[in-house]
Design a protein around this ligand. Structure first.
Ligand SMILES: Cc1ncc(COP(=O)(O)O)c(C=O)c1O
Length: 381
């Protein structure tokens, strides 16, 4: 009988926690009314639950200055933040300006910025240092008089590196530049008690933190104005029309509560397994290189390049035994633009593995994975 593969790809998505599923249960068929219609008691009740969810999120994330906007996920949040802010800037100032980002951002940031380039804005993509971190000096040197928007992710989804966002934030604030940060991979993995001050706009996803798929958040400073991308009923302060998915929102709120509550405890577990995986692989194999800084890194992420093996054969051989990734879940099988930006060759980028540890990962999973990967590398060399 075939054994199920070991899952080490929790940065791609996570399963809903039981408490999250239980929290959502009444909202599918019992409390199902439209939370934006105030025409009957059931809808008023649904609307109250929606607003309670919003308030709970503000409380769990220590938010006093941010507007909480529900979206369909981090992709939509990034699109709304970047397209919405830049288009509003143009409407108000009647001029295009300059935007700064990192080459290693998720495509859900890079593609909307490509769209803005087509519309007339200028975009600088900074190449990070070899360890994946942005150079402060390089960042400052890219700022122009007309720079009005910066988008720098808090932590990278492929190589896990944590950017010095507080420093970037100070630099932006002193020049009155608006800062957006994609934090899709951070909640529950980093201590996030200063989200209010760390950036003007923040993106958060539910399905990366053991919540349901199809819901996310954009947190924005209360004075930020955006042009909506979706027009209609005027929900979410007129910024995102459409009936809100109350079951998903309730589940997401529960997932945020649990993620924040258990962050410290889970971090120890993630680091323990991640480091055992790394040390075991390094002890048993030559020619492994770590991608990204190990010091400034998400606790559950590991990204390695395996030298002197064929990347597609490596992934094919591992596929039935270990679920891991060559890059982001959204890279459509192309070699990772993140690893290429770090200076990896096409061949090296293809022969790279991203492992991400999850709440269900066990020591046995790690031991077996070390054995399987070691055997696979030996057979391919
Ligand atoms: C950093 C980052 N941004 C955005 C996304 C897209 O998130 P979602 O699936 O919630 O749209 C992901 C998902 O892989 C991600 O890792």
């Amino acid at each position: 009988m075939l054994s199920t593969p070991i899952l080490l790809d929790y940065q791609s998505s996570t399963p809903c926690l039981e408490d999250v599923v239980n929290a959502m249960a009444p909202y599918w068929s019992e409390i199902f009314s439209n939370p934006s219609s105030k025409s009957n008691l059931a809808s008023i009740n649904a609307s109250a639950i929606l607003e309670v969810s919003r308030e709970k999120i503000q409380e769990y994330l220590f938010l006093k200055k941010k507007k909480v906007i529900f979206t369909s996920g981090a992709t939509e949040s990034n699109n709304l933040a970047l397209l919405g802010f830049a288009r509003n800037f143009y409407k108000e100032k009647e001029k295009y300006g300059h935007i700064i980002t990192l080459k290693t951002e998720h495509k859900a940031v890079l593609e909307p910025l490509d769209q803005l380039k087509k519309e007339g804005f200028q975009v600088t993509e900074i190449t990070p240092n070899k360890d994946g971190l942005i150079s402060e000096a390089k960042f400052i040197s890219c700022i122009r008089d007309d720079t009005f928007l910066v988008s720098i992710m808090m932590a990278n989804n492929e190589i896990g590196v944590i950017q010095p966002l507080q420093k970037i934030s100070q630099i932006c604030r002193s020049r009155e530049i608006t800062l957006h940060s994609d934090c899709a991979q951070c909640l529950g993995f980093l201590e996030l008690d200063s989200l209010d001050s760390v950036a003007n706009m923040l993106t958060i996803s539910s399905h990366k933190i053991y919540g349901p798929k199809g819901v996310g958040l954009l947190l924005i400073d209360k004075d930020i104005e955006l042009q909506p991308l979706i027009l209609g009923g005027g929900q979410e302060f007129g910024l995102r029309s459409g009936t809100l998915p109350l079951p998903l929102i309730v589940g997401f709120t529960k997932a945020i509560e649990i993620a924040v509550l258990n962050q410290k405890k889970n971090t120890e577990k993630f680091i323990f397994h991640r480091n055992n995986l790394l040390n075991g692989l390094l002890a048993n194999n030559s020619g492994l290189e770590i991608n990204g800084s190990m010091q400034e890194r998400l606790p559950h992420n590991l990204n390695l390049t395996v030298l002197d093996v064929n990347g597609s054969k490596l992934h094919k051989s591992l596929k039935s035994k270990i679920i891991c990734s060559s890059g982001s879940a959204c890279s459509n099988g192309k070699p990772s633009h993140v690893l290429l930006a770090l200076g990896r060759s096409f061949k090296e980028a293809e022969a790279s593995l991203r492992f991400s540890i999850g709440l269900k990962t066990t020591s046995k999973d790690i031991e077996k994975s070390i054995q399987i990967i070691t055997d696979t590398i030996k057979s391919l060399r």
